[in-house]
Design a protein around this ligand. Structure first.
Ligand code: MTE
Length: 314
């Protein structure tokens, strides 16, 4: 599917690879205070202590909105397998083992296979995508994710004509994930997308953020990022991708069918039964801002839902 131009993206935000590579060389040569002012994001990426990733292309998809600080993105996390307390997840997930790691592709596809994570990552050039992420709870962030379009894995797996949905599953390992010892959700965590949503060019599998390998608390080693849907669709630490004919039932649908729908598209006009979804608080800002339809990505994704009643299909 060809990607529609985001009216928010200024040509200046799309950095050609050569320029980016030269910048990186320059950064390596002279990390100075002057450079810090000139290239704050790049220097920022060098400073988090994680493993840097080789990025082939960088694109902004959040207009000129300011990026959330790394500290907030890596320190305020929803990852119920570790804790329901957002501030505790980073510490509790410190020792989580992300290698060896395999991802199983199964269900209605010709190429059923188990991939080693490093083998899988090497198959696709890495891109940086600066996306808004809005949580159903009413807070949001702007994060430079690093990953590749999910579409690549889907095409390579050759889905059958019958496949209509894709189901994703997180690792189930109580010995490493203390939150799984409590039944706050039905484990393992499951999410799903319709096949056309899954192959949409904005849908990515992320392996990093802020130029570095994904921290455990953000869903290492592989997580989904679907920028026009509430954050809970962006499932973390994926071990299984299954193609199905029937709509998958996600962990959140099981937990509260009247509160969490399959689509979970960001929609300021459809309230959560217990609170309004009209506004959100960007982490790092004081005042609330208006929530945008499809999180600001209407131009690219509204056509996927043409003719659907989004109050019923929430
Ligand atoms: N994936 C798993 N496996 N478990 C979770 O609890 N929480 C979801 C989503 N993915 C969650 C998950 C929710 S509610 C949100 S808002 C985002 O992850 C948060 O992602 P972040 O911590 O990288 O900001």
């Amino acid at each position: 599917m060809p990607i529609k131009k985001d009216p928010d993206i200024k040509p200046s935000e799309i950095t050609p690879k050569e320029v980016y590579c030269n910048r990186r060389q320059f950064m390596a040569a002279s990390v100075s205070a002057a450079a810090a002012t000139a290239f704050p994001t790049l220097l920022d990426a060098e400073q988090h202590g994680g493993t840097p990733l080789k990025i082939e292309k960088r694109t902004g998809y959040a207009g000129n909105e300011e990026q959330t600080s790394y500290k907030s993105a890596a320190g305020y996390n929803n990852f119920y397998e570790f804790s329901t307390n957002k501030e505790d997840v980073a510490e509790l997930s410190k020792g989580f083992r992300t290698r060896p790691w395999t991802v199983s592709i199964e269900g209605l596809v010709k190429k059923v296979r188990v991939y080693d994570i490093d083998e899988l990552i090497k198959m696709f050039p890495l891109e940086e995508r600066i996306y808004r992420l809005r949580c159903v709870e009413g807070w949001s962030m702007v994060i430079p994710w690093v990953g590749f379009p999910l579409e690549g894995i889907i095409r390579m797996s050759e889905p059958d004509a019958k496949a209509k949905f894709v189901e994703f599953t997180t690792i189930h390992d109580q010995s490493q994930m203390p939150g799984q010892r409590r039944e706050v959700l039905q484990w393992p965590y499951v999410e799903g997308l319709r096949l056309d949503e899954a192959v949409h060019p904005l849908t990515i599998l992320s392996v990093g953020m802020y130029g570095e390998v994904l921290p455990n608390q953000n869903g290492a080693p592989l997580r989904l990022v679907v920028p026009w849907k509430y954050g809970f669709k962006s499932i973390k630490s994926i071990v299984k991708i299954r193609f199905t004919e029937q709509m998958p039932v996600s962990s959140w649908m099981k937990a509260g069918p009247l509160e969490y729908g399959f689509y979970a598209n960001v929609n300021p006009e459809v309230d959560h039964p217990r609170w309004s979804q009209a506004t959100e608080r960007r982490i790092g800002e004081f005042f609330r801002r208006k929530t945008l339809m499809f999180n600001g990505y209407s131009g690219q994704v509204a056509s996927l839902y043409a003719g659907m009643d989004l109050r019923k299909n929430f």
